[in-house]
Unconditional design. Structure first.
Lengths: 168, 168
DNA sequence: CCCGGCACCGAAGGAAATTCGGCGAGGGAC
DNA sequence: GTCCCTCGCCGAATTTCCTTCGGTGCCGGG
């Protein structure tokens, strides 16, 4: 009774409907017990465990995380910063991304196409801390031509980006 | 041996250094076993378990999630959409946010201050699916005055937004 | 038709989670 | 100062869950 309808290939790995269901459940309930997961996808514990291990080892499941309630965190400011670089050589991108990777005030970074090069989500305790980040960013010779700062006034929604849309 | 140095209050709840350490670990390793977590924060299983339950029930820990490797997902386009509303009555915001909450192509949404009202992260299988989202958005009478679309070409970084910055 | 591989199942041993009784430090009342 | 109460912690016992393993059936190729 393997194989439902839909199949997808993720890099080297082939996924059937049951794998996708497992990923969906784990995306939403990252700490569900393996027995409950097995029941949820109508598999025995051992079969489900084997699939889960395969998904983790293949790298499709990268990591698990607890999500905290930001509204309860006072003393926490979030900013979005949109960055335009002055030139678009490979080296410019590499250096900027290395900076992003190393700076732990920057929680998220998307590379964009179309007028803005990067969108950053920055976390700071005070506006002055954020300004310190920007000062640092600009002083590193990273060729930032322009940047735009937006205060995040509300975190309206946050979900994992993933598998759901592949099923419709 | 309660209480380290730093203390924070999260809404109703007081957190000491050990709580914060627990949150840090769970943010990074959401599926760590409770025994391992207890060892990591130098507590007995039962004491650590009690704290963890308190953190979950108080809502500070909202949820747990598996993070998937997007680079392995072919057939998945991500877009950032910046939205400006035509007027800023309370009702306009409420209706827009209700739309965002209900639409499952929209994975993330930040409310912003400063020229742009909302920043959305949208997930689609094809550009035409994304265009369908935009068409729908515009046809709902949500008073969207202007929007800007950026293709996400690379997910440079993605971390949980949280506790780390409260410790520096 | 027969064989091999693969995914599955169920049971058993081992590991983890959860509960519970008791202990000791700290703080308030007297 | 001292008594007592509270709170957080510990360690052991029970229960629940994880993980492995041997075995079974299905399917495709030879």
């Amino acid at each position: 009774m393997r194989a439902q309808t839909r199949r997808l290939s993720f890099g080297q790995t082939e996924l059937d409907g049951t794998d996708i269901r497992i990923l969906q459940v784990l995306q939403d309930e990252g700490r569900i017990s393996k027995s409950d997961l097995a029941a949820r996808v109508h598999l025995s514990n051992s079969a489900c465990f084997e699939r889960m291990r395969r998904l983790e080892q293949s790298g499709i499941i990268r990591s698990y995380h607890a999500r905290l309630d930001l509204d309860l965190m006072e003393d926490l400011q979030i900013f979005q910063t949109h960055v335009v670089l002055g030139s678009h050589r490979q080296e410019d991108f590499t250096r900027f991304e290395a900076y992003v990777a190393a700076n732990d005030m920057i929680a998220e970074c998307y590379g964009l196409g179309g007028g803005i090069d990067y969108s950053l989500t920055c976390v700071a305790r005070r506006i002055s801390d954020y300004q310190g980040l920007i000062d640092d960013l600009l002083s590193r010779g990273l060729n930032v031509e322009r940047y735009y700062t937006y205060v995040v006034t509300k975190q309206v929604k946050r979900r994992e980006i993933g598998i759901d849309r592949l099923l419709g």
